[in-house]
Design a protein around this ligand. Structure first.
Ligand code: 1OR
Length: 270
């Protein structure tokens, strides 16, 4: 059964009905686990989190079923508890092309809700799935502001990072979702790249500037850090965790691998 609780009047003097779909503790625990690794839920306060859990509907989808059809109207945002799904985009009527896939903890269906646009892709289960569906109103009330603000904030900057310029705008949006605003793509400042050899002598490599990235080598090779990065004055970076790096920058591995050859060639090395 579904019920609605009324909330205090907003500044517009409207009554907002909160959606409450009753759940067992077991279901609540499964939601918590599913959203735990999802960036879009990271900044919710306790009340917002409870509202989201209350509003979510459990949806079981058999292998092969289409959850979202490109061109359709946006109604729900989905989080994957278990199972796998493929994403297809059909451009200029040239047929469906698979562009991405989701597994546990993934989420999709936010674009149509955020921009009042038709669904941008088709999403089809490739195994039996358990999904949590969040209605459009709750999504917009709780998750949209932060998500769209973060995407907008990083949009211009990520476009100017040469490594990322070949990506689709939507792929940069996913990177923006995953970025942590901690003090590694560089937003401002300069940094030295220093390697100390076995005799304790420092070797300097090409310094890093706005739009440079660093820290990829150890992630690509699963080896210890091979150089020290030292800020020259104030430095502002955005960081991407290892899991998000692998997932979102996987398509750029070859380019990053190729770029590592340039590290040895810095002529200013002394
Ligand atoms: P939606 O509400 O438009 C389809 O419904 C969902 O597919 C969409 O929200 C996204 O959550 C998800 N481009 C657009 N939407 C995508 C993409 C995508 N991938 C997943 N979705 N691209 C793939 C990027 C790896 C760009 C393809 C040109």
């Amino acid at each position: 059964s579904v019920s609605a609780e009324s909330m205090a009047p907003t500044s517009h003097d409207q009554q907002i009905e909160k959606l409450v779909i009753p759940k067992t503790d077991e279901q609540k625990a499964r939601i918590q686990k599913s959203v735990g690794n999802n960036f879009l839920f990271r900044n919710l306060d306790e009340d917002q989190y409870l509202d989201v859990v209350n509003a979510m509907a459990e949806k079981r989808v058999p292998n092969g079923e289409v959850v979202i059809r490109q061109g359709g109207v946006g109604d729900y945002f989905y989080v994957v508890e278990t199972g796998t799904l493929d994403v297809y985009v059909n451009r200029n009527n040239s047929g469906d092309i698979k562009v991405f896939d989701y597994g546990a903890g993934g989420s999709f269906g936010e674009l149509a809700l955020m921009y009042n646009a038709p669904r941008a892709a088709t999403i089809k289960a490739t195994s039996d799935c358990v999904l949590w569906a969040l209605d459009r109103v709750t999504f917009r009330r709780i998750l949209m502001d932060h998500t769209s603000r973060k995407r907008r904030m990083y949009e211009g900057f990520l476009e100017e990072v040469p490594l990322l310029s070949s990506l689709e705008q939507y792929e940069r949006h996913k990177i923006a979702d995953a970025l942590e605003r901690s003090p590694s793509t560089m937003a401002r400042g300069e940094a030295d790249v220093v390697k100390v050899d076995e005799h304790g002598v420092e070797h300097h490599f090409r310094p890093l500037k706005k739009g440079s990235y660093f820290g990829e080598l150890a992630l690509l090779s699963d080896k210890p850090r091979v150089a020290t990065i030292r800020a020259k004055g104030r430095l502002k970076c955005a960081t991407l965790g290892k899991k998000a790096f692998t997932r979102l920058l996987g398509p750029l591995t070859d380019i990053m691998q190729r770029n590592t050859q340039n590290y040895e060639k810095y002529p200013g090395e002394g």
